[in-house]
Design a protein around this ligand. Structure first.
Ligand code: EZ4
Ligand code: CO
Length: 404
């Protein structure tokens, strides 16, 4: 049998926030969906898909997921990079979706079947003050979560990334151009160990606790933090330093046994080689949607497993339900799954996307719909046109630009 890609389209919709979805059509009447959402850079990914990838896809056999991946990766002179890899991720996801639908089987079956029935997820607790944060952790625990990421406003710092002013939902980007936020690492470092001491003593030893530093420390500061948090047994400390300096993790590692997760902004295995081969981290954060899709992440996860490193994919609400469903399939299948980040999308998002997963008592599971199993209602999607949004930028009190 022959099978051919006949067309593909990019659908950009903004039910509360922007999502970019690639829809790939075949001559067999089957189509596949892939997530290409890159927060703040949605139009850049769309332009690359529309100006090059889609015309290059037409006529190819969608079943050749491996060759098509390499056509866009090796075949491209300008390799790697968030924008091009998000586009390639969407292509890859859509083709695996088609493969599952063609073979009438859910994606996890194509990746080795089930290693588990459901995947453990972590929730988010963000409070403006220590007391507020303690209360938020309690609320997540009541919803059955076994793992909670704890972020808090810091005394003396006006606004803290990841801690929403309006706490009804989590949205790191703002409409329009970047806001400026001011940052003070020493205030942060003085406060966080106290926060975790309180959370641990309030909720006991069983609850898994996570924390995201958002790349805000120098290696030696991160080493101090990891060491001071050691008594509170974190599940992980995320992005303690800016991840492009892989050698920086050696300093942290020498000082502390606090597990480290890194890489939500990475996009290929080459961002991880020192981390993995020197066992400098414990969890891979790079998600399917930004790390080259299923084809590439399967290789990264397998490589990591040799070094006893687990997955812990990024899963904030600025990644679409297509990515989340694909991630659950992937997590069900691989042996070295660790944890999956989970924030429920707002209801209007789940009106645009028809989802096939559900949350129950600390875990997510997917049903047996073939392929990835998520669909997109294009008529509803059209009701929510693109709206520009961007991340805040960070400056120190004296005005110096600071990292992400
Ligand atoms: O900054 O989803 O671990 N989660 C995070 C998120 C990310 C945003 C990026 O778009 O760090 O808040
Ligand atoms: Co993060």
């Amino acid at each position: 049998m022959l099978m051919k890609i006949t067309d593909a389209r990019v659908i950009v919709t903004c039910p509360g926030r922007n999502f970019v979805t690639l829809k790939v059509y075949t001559d067999q009447g089957i189509y596949g969906l892939g997530d290409a959402t890159l927060n703040g850079m949605e139009k850049a990914v769309t332009a690359y898909l529309e100006s090059f990838c889609i015309p290059a896809l037409i006529g190819k056999d969608p079943r050749n997921t491996e060759d098509i991946w390499h056509y866009f990766y090796r075949g491209s002179y300008w390799k790697r990079g968030s924008v091009t890899m998000a586009a390639l991720s969407a292509i890859d996801m859509a083709l695996w979706d088609i493969k599952g639908k063609t073979l009438d089987t859910p994606l996890y079956n194509l990746l080795g079947g089930k290693s588990r029935e459901k995947v453990m997820v972590y929730a988010h607790a963000n409070g403006k003050t220590l007391e507020d944060t303690l209360e938020k952790v309690g609320l997540e625990k009541e919803k059955g979560f076994l793992a909670v990421r704890v972020q808090s406003g810091i005394p003396g710092i006006d606004s803290t990334y990841g801690v929403a002013k309006d706490s009804s939902f989590y949205e790191p980007a703002h409409k329009g151009l970047p806001h400026v936020e001011y940052w003070d690492t020493s205030k942060y470092l003085n406060f966080i160990p106290l926060l975790f001491e309180k959370v641990r003593s309030a909720f006991g030893d069983d609850l898994h606790l996570l924390h995201d530093v958002h790349h805000r420390c120098m290696p030696i500061e991160a080493a101090r933090l990891a060491k001071e948090l050691e008594p509170f047994h974190l599940f992980w400390l995320e992005d303690p330093v800016s991840g492009e300096l892989q050698e920086g993790l050696r300093l942290i590692r020498k000082q502390s046994s606090t597990p480290i997760a890194i890489g939500e902004v990475f996009n290929t295995i080459y961002d991880y080689t020192t981390f993995i081969t020197e066992q400098l981290i414990d969890y891979i954060r790079m998600p399917l949607v930004h790390g080259g899709g299923i084809t590439h992440l399967k290789k990264v996860a397998d490589f990591a497993s040799v070094y006893h490193i687990h997955t812990g994919f990024h899963g904030a609400t600025d990644l679409s339900p297509v990515n989340l469903a694909a991630s659950i399939h992937f997590n069900m299948a691989i042996n070295n799954f660790g944890i999956q980040e989970y924030m429920p999308h707002q209801d209007i998002v789940n009106e645009v996307f028809r989802i096939n997963y559900r949350y129950q008592e600390g875990f997510l599971s997917v049903d047996d719909t073939p392929g990835i199993g998520v669909d997109l209602d294009e008529e509803k999607a059209r009701k929510y046109p693109y709206a520009m949004g961007s991340f805040p930028v960070n400056r120190k009190a004296d005005g110096t630009m600071f990292y992400w």
